[in-house]
Design a protein around this ligand. Structure first.
Ligand code: PHE
Length: 452
């Protein structure tokens, strides 16, 4: 008898897992910084419009394919378009999340190290001014970041080994509320600092003059990355969603949570950055270099306070990174267990090991391998550029074209409306967006990546 596919237990579980995948480093370090660069509230506006018109349709396309096929991305394509090149397109979306995992795990490892540093009082024993430099010393060293990357990847593998229900679902249900709580503690602290108001203004005051064409394409890119789209994670998680769940609701629930977490993270980080009179636009270094500095300088001189705040902050980043990373690994595990009938244990360990190996190169590309370049990029930056600028939009295009033009309209409608019982009126609009608007929007992202 065929083994029953594991399914998520409840609506909360579905949203926790999907929002867990969506909410990650993209929200905590990337969003606040990009937001400031492209005109604050003006950027949020474009981001929300891009989210509704472009990202949600892709989300629904993935959800429909995933739940209808109850299969991994390759198997899904093969089921609905047997023997056609579509399955090779499906295969791309299995490789891309694994590629993301390779370098994502390196940054996840940084949060492990920074949590450890916080707890071992490393940020209290030295003068605040010396803290930002610690980051560079750490990431350029040969072995330390590799060890942290190893610890992070081991945690990811451990959770995925537990399976859909007792691994992914259980962890996400625990981590997401905890993440919300931890970030709110930091927001509370950040907003009470003298001078923090400037940071709030920076986030809320729309500056339309900064909203260039570049900003619009950045908003689309951010929506893609932040909602984990085009890499089969939403498709794979949807294949574990029960028939009775409303796909419309899980999509909106995930997108709203993702935006909410991005805003909360922005309000945790930016007011503190302004209060300390620091530069808000310094990218990945922002949270690692400046936050512990702020906690030390402004932690009212109490080592316990500094330790407590920075431990909470890096634990939050770690939790967010873990729930995203497990969704990347699960795509490949689903493929190996569905298609090659490998057992979960073997599939998980094999893929985690391969990503770990490539991740080592990414980690070393900040230090001993910094001079090795691929098309002018270091290893880490090459993978990031390849995945976020090319493979993610490509995957989004594949999924929307598949649902809009390859699957029958009746099948798509049946899946989205749960056999005509829900979302009947909205279907027409969503179908139009999936069939026409989303592919055109993605083409625009491609062109802008090519030309800008
Ligand atoms: N959405 C995640 C984040 O914001 C990243 C991610 C990309 C997760 C692709 C899964 C797949 O950090």
């Amino acid at each position: 008898m065929m083994k029953q596919r594991e399914l998520f237990g409840s609506r909360f579980a579905v949203i926790a897992a999907m929002a867990g995948s969506a909410v990650g480093l993209g929200n905590i370090w990337r969003f606040p910084y990009v937001l400031g660069q492209y005109g604050g509230a003006a950027f949020i506006l474009v981001y929300v419009v891009a989210g509704v018109l472009l990202a949600l349709p892709i989300f629904y396309a993935e959800s429909i394919i995933g739940r209808r096929s109850r299969s991994d991305t390759f198997g899904a394509m093969n089921k609905f378009a047997p023997g056609t090149p579509w399955r090779w397109a499906g295969l791309i979306t299995i490789v891309s999340p694994l590629l993301i995992l390779c370098y994502y795990s390196v940054v996840g490892g940084w949060s492990v190290e920074y949590l450890f540093k916080s707890l071992s009082f490393s940020f209290t024993d030295i003068p605040a001014e010396k803290i930002p430099a610690l980051f560079n010393t750490f990431i350029t060293s040969a072995w330390q970041p590799v060890v942290s990357h190893t610890v992070f990847m081991a945690m990811v593998a451990f959770i995925v080994l537990g399976g859909v229900k007792s691994g992914i679902e259980k962890f996400s249900k625990l981590a997401m509320p905890a993440l919300l709580f931890l970030l709110l503690v930091i927001v509370g602290y950040s907003l009470t600092l003298p001078g923090s108001f400037k940071g709030v203004e920076y986030l809320l005051k729309p500056d339309f003059s900064k909203l260039t064409a570049d900003g619009i394409s950045a908003a689309m890119g951010q929506a893609f990355f932040s909602l984990s789209l085009g890499v089969g994670t939403i498709l794979t998680y949807s294949s574990y969603v029960k028939k009775e769940e409303n796909l419309m609701v899980s999509g909106v629930g995930t997108a709203v949570s993702d935006l909410m977490f991005a805003l909360i993270a922005a309000f945790a980080v930016m007011p503190a950055v302004f209060a300390a009179g620091l530069e808000p636009g310094s990218g990945p270094g922002l949270v690692f270099e400046t936050l512990p500095y702020i906690f030390n300088r402004m932690g009212t001189g109490l080592p316990v306070m500094t330790t407590f705040l920075s431990a909470i902050f890096f634990l939050a980043i770690l939790a967010a990174a873990l729930t995203s990373a497990i969704s990347m690994l699960e795509v490949g595990v689903a493929f190996l267990t569905d298609e090659w009938k490998m057992n979960r244990r073997k599939a998980t360990l094999l893929l985690a090991f391969l990503c770990w190996l490539v991740g080592i190169l990414c980690s070393l590309s900040f230090g001993p391998l910094a001079h090795v370049k691929l098309l002018g990029y270091t290893f880490f930056n090459f993978l990031d550029h390849l995945c976020s600028d090319w493979l993610m939009p490509l995957g989004g295009l594949i999924f929307t074209l598949f649902v809009g033009w390859k699957m029958s309209r009746a099948d798509v409608r049946d899946e989205f409306t749960n056999g005509g019982t829900v979302n009947r009126r909205l279907f027409g609009v969503v179908y139009f967006l999936m069939r026409y608007l989303a592919p055109v929007g993605i083409a625009v992202v491609f062109l802008s990546n090519l030309l800008l």
